[in-house]
Write a protein that binds this ligand. Structure first.
Ligand code: SF4
Length: 349
């Protein structure tokens, strides 16, 4: 892990040796307060450790006061164009401010926000997105360099104001420019990075782009916070973020399924079984991060099942249940999920 400074958002420590954090974002319109509140609660329950709100009008800043009565995760105000919205957000108790350096550019305005943020003891994220540039770049590398240059200039403004509670995000709409920009930044600066690939397209495309972009950086130890951006409900972004971190062994969020892709040898409806098993495991909170295998046949099944903490492999519609190297039971298509979960439960509690 690349060592960075530690920055706090409310009671959440980011960077240094702290685990990579997961950030979510409210998507409901602020005119529907009930929907905003329900979404914030859902994000918190799903595992968001900070929640961002896009402030479009000065009055939106008051939402922080309302939400803080109902949820415990820190809130980040996303500010564009109007530095005064940042001042309002600070006044209303937001725990951090995101400023876009491509549309809040006046040094006097940035400094005023920094002074108020310092008084309130809150952090500022300098968040640049490739879509904010008014020109095209010849290559992903040229775009990445320009993003880092703009952010570096902004950091200097904040540092001249003796403001150091800084986080940075450099997001391209493709994984390559995102990876390059963050690698470049991490070489020269030790401010924590919030990672994300932006404008990622359909759900599957977004999952792939985010996994490549974030995965490549995280596997080099770069990144202190991640935000998966999907054109999909906000809770799915948290789920995908958790899968990415768990796949890289950076965080553990309960039981993980190992299952085969199935092939013509498989004689059971494994795809449906795995979906149902996932639903069952999703309902378990505070479980240990054990590996639960469900395999379609005896070719690779027993081997994979044995390497998991608990597993089952099918053969002609009957399943053998393994715990590590030992066969501990037998089951069938109808009962396998219950039998497997019964055994798994003994391990995760
Ligand atoms: Fe096919 Fe068996 Fe491998 Fe599953 S474990 S993919 S059913 S060979």
């Amino acid at each position: 892990m690349k060592m960075t400074r530690v920055v706090k958002i409310g009671n959440l420590s980011i960077g240094g040796k702290h685990p990579v954090r997961i950030k979510g974002m409210i998507k409901s319109p602020f005119s529907n307060r009930d929907a905003v509140l329900a979404e914030a609660r859902q994000l918190e329950k799903e595992g968001a450790e900070a929640i961002r709100l896009a402030i479009k009008e000065e009055k939106d800043a008051a939402l922080a006061r309302i939400l803080k009565k109902h949820i415990n995760v820190p809130l980040v105000a996303d500010i564009h164009f109007q530095y005064r919205f940042a001042l309002a957000a600070i006044e209303n108790g937001f725990d951090a401010i995101r400023l876009n350096p491509l549309n809040i550019e006046k040094e006097s305005e940035v400094k005023e926000v920094a002074r108020e943020a310092k008084k309130a003891n809150i952090a500022i994220r300098i968040g640049i997105n490739s879509g904010g540039f008014k020109k095209d770049f010849a290559s992903s590398q040229a775009l990445a360099k320009q993003m880092v240059k703009v952010v570096a200039n902004y950091i200097r403004i904040l540092e001249r104001e003796r403001f150091f509670d800084i986080m940075v995000s450099l997001k391209g709409s493709d994984p390559l420019s995102t990876i390059m920009a963050n690698e470049l930044f991490a070489k020269d600066f030790d401010y924590p990075l919030h990672l994300g690939v932006t404008a990622t397209g359909s759900f599957l495309s977004g999952v792939v782009k985010s996994s490549i972009g974030l995965g490549q950086l995280l596997s080099q130890g770069i990144g202190s916070v991640i935000r998966v951006s999907l054109t999909a409900p906000s809770f799915t972004e948290i789920q995908v973020a958790k899968y990415i971190l768990q796949a890289l062994n950076l965080r553990a969020f309960g039981p993980q399924i190992i299952s085969c892709p199935t092939c013509s040898r498989c004689e059971v409806n494994l795809i449906q079984m795995v979906e149902k098993l996932q639903e069952k495991l999703d309902k378990v909170s505070d479980a240990k991060p054990i590996r639960v295998a469900l395999m379609g046949c005896v070719v690779n099944g027993p081997g994979e099942a044995r390497q998991a903490d608990i597993g089952a492999a099918f053969g002609q519609r009957k399943a053998v249940i393994f715990r590590k190297d030992k066969i501990i039971g037998r089951s069938d298509e109808k009962n396998i999920l219950n039998d497997l979960c019964k055994e798994a439960r003994k391990l995760w509690i």
